[in-house]
Design a binder for this molecule. Structure first.
Ligand code: XMP
Length: 327
């Protein structure tokens, strides 16, 4: 249904039963809309596109073609999880494109945050369009648009960028099976579709990925330090019962070095900043206060396990005045 709107009296999907009913109804509608034709989906591995993929696999099987573009700025293990869950477990028709070098070469030396975002967004569309052009007989484009996207674009808060940017010859009919759902409803539906909990309940992750957590010009070695320290932080939050409880947590490795000492020798390495925040609307944000024990443990692991890091700093600044991300 094009331009579908959430009915005013729609019951919030909070239970498995309500989710199952929604899924059954959508699958019928998708089968009717798509018939025996083909659908294309950019599958990032985020909650919304993953739920759309799982739903379409149930509805039209291998008439769905998923394209996962790895821009080199994903978190540790993410592309592997997309391949494992969708190609190996759900038997999806998945095209995996490792475009890391393309993105990082384009980003080399670029320091301006907005320019970095534009390059990442623009390159993403180009890679996706290239893959789409190699395919034949595609008539639909599936998107993980959700109801807040529609409300925010109508209110002029955020340009709803999901649809935008594809070249003229690649404008397909849209399929938006979670368009009328709020995020919490998408998660319940995702669980009932069999997606792993760590995929469905994962923290928000910006489109430009680790690129905005490697401030200034991105270099491969500093990006790896961000990725490795982020993986340690996520592992420790999961072990300490903070996963799913804290809104967002991540590491940043800024582009400056300070002196240190290791094995009796002077070092000149980066600091790693840890940020963990709570919020309901992301307009105002408070800081999650970590226990001394966890702080000590995180410091120890990061300085011993992550090459290039000789200090760990904690950012305890609320928003405002500090934004969540560093750029
Ligand atoms: P800020 O830094 O503006 O972040 O306080 C608020 C929320 O938005 C996320 N964020 C982004 N998400 N593309 C995205 O998809 C972006 O360019 C972007 N910048 C920030 C951020 O992670 C936080 O959840």
């Amino acid at each position: 249904m094009v331009n579908e709107r959430r009915p005013d009296d729609m019951v919030r999907i909070t239970t498995p039963e309500l989710a199952d009913a929604y899924i059954a109804e959508r699958i019928e509608a998708l089968k009717k809309q798509i018939g025996d034709r083909k659908v294309l989906l950019a599958l990032s591995g985020g909650v919304d596109s993953s739920v759309v993929a799982a739903m379409l696999i149930k509805a039209v099987g291998d008439q769905l073609v998923c394209v996962h573009v790895n821009h080199g700025l994903l978190r540790k293990g993410e592309p592997e999880q997309v391949i494992e869950v969708f190609r190996n477990q759900m038997k999806a028709n998945l095209i995996y494109v490792d475009a890391t070098d393309r993105f990082l070469d384009k980003l080399a030396g670029v320091t301006d945050p907005e320019k970095k975002r534009m390059i990442i967004g623009g390159e993403f569309i180009e890679v996706f369009a290239e893959e789409a052009k190699k395919l034949s007989g595609i008539e639909f484009l599936a998107q993980g648009t959700i109801w807040p996207d529609i409300l925010e674009s109508e209110a002029g808060i955020k340009a709803h960028h999901n649809a935008g940017g594809l070249p003229e010859d690649l404008r397909f009919e849209l399929v938006e099976p979670v368009r009328i759902l709020f995020k919490d409803e998408v998660r319940v539906v995702g669980e009932r579709l069999g997606l792993p909990a760590n995929m469905v309940y994962r923290q928000p992750f910006p489109g430009p990925g680790l690129g905005v957590r490697c401030p200034g010009a991105i270099t491969r070695d500093r990006l790896e330090a961000v990725r490795e320290s982020d993986a340690i932080l996520r592992e420790e939050f999961a072990k300490n019962g903070l996963e799913g409880k804290v809104w967002q947590y991540f590491t940043v490795v800024p582009d400056f070095k300070s002196t240190g000492v290791r094995d009796g020798k002077r070092t000149f390495d980066w600091p790693c900043i840890i940020r963990a925040i709570n919020t309901t609307d992301v307009m105002e944000v408070t800081v999650e206060h970590l226990s001394d024990e966890l702080i000590d443990h995180l410091v120890k692991r990061i300085i011993t396990e992550v090459p290039g890091i000789n200090r760990v700093l904690f950012d305890y600044t609320p928003k405002p005045p500090a934004t969540v991300e560093y750029e």
